[in-house]
Design a protein around this ligand. Sequence first.
Ligand code: COA
Length: 199
Amino acid sequence: MGMETHKTEDRHQSEYLYRPDILQKLDFNKSPAVFNPRISTVNPGADWMVVRPLQRGDFDKGFLQLLSQLTSTGSITRKQFDERFTQMKISGGHYVTVIEDKRSSKIIAAATLTVEQKFIHNCSLRGRLEDVVVNDTYRGKQLGKLIVVTVSLLAQELGCYKMSLDCKDKLIKFYESLGYKLEPGNSNAMNMRFEEDPS
Ligand SMILES: CC(C)(COP(=O)(O)OP(=O)(O)OC[C@H]1O[C@@H](n2cnc3c(N)ncnc32)[C@H](O)[C@@H]1OP(=O)(O)O)[C@@H](O)C(=O)NCCC(=O)NCCS
């Protein structure tokens, strides 16, 4: 491969799903979450960690293997990953956010904010929190809190009027500590499944 081809390939691999600079603006003082020691998107607590948007090259950094700790991913090819990345980027509203361990070049945590465009509430935006996972060997070190607070503040920064999530009963306390509330009478998750339960 010539030098130019290498450069083009590097640019391709480091392509972000969304503009990374928006993550620099997030104000952790707006979140009720308690961090001890204090960490944030910009200062995740160690210089070998970075919180950033998903990159095209994350296919080679264990992103899908991380997601498989959450649910079944199937055997996704590079081509499928590439096409989905491109479609998400073109359609907009998909804020897949990750934490990378730069020492091993591995993705160690992820969470997605999906922004829905509405007509109601004066053409509002609604955020949904999806696919939250921390690599099992890195759990219990505040990274779950860090990635969830990051995408929640991102939703606020983008102008969402609310952010919603579905979770297992045992995680209610975790999300409550980050500012999410059960709304009695208004928080029943219902599903219609068109395929066998993939989880
Ligand atoms: C849930 C998950 C993201 C938490 O990540 P983590 O990095 O271990 O979380 P943190 O270190 O930031 O922990 C934050 C707090 O939540 C608590 N907590 C974390 N995971 C928990 C669990 N599974 N059950 C109950 N409490 C939990 C921790 O004890 C901690 O409490 P503390 O602040 O009072 O000490 C992680 O366990 C995970 O990836 N689980 C598998 C995938 C999953 O269930 N995702 C959520 C889908 S809704």
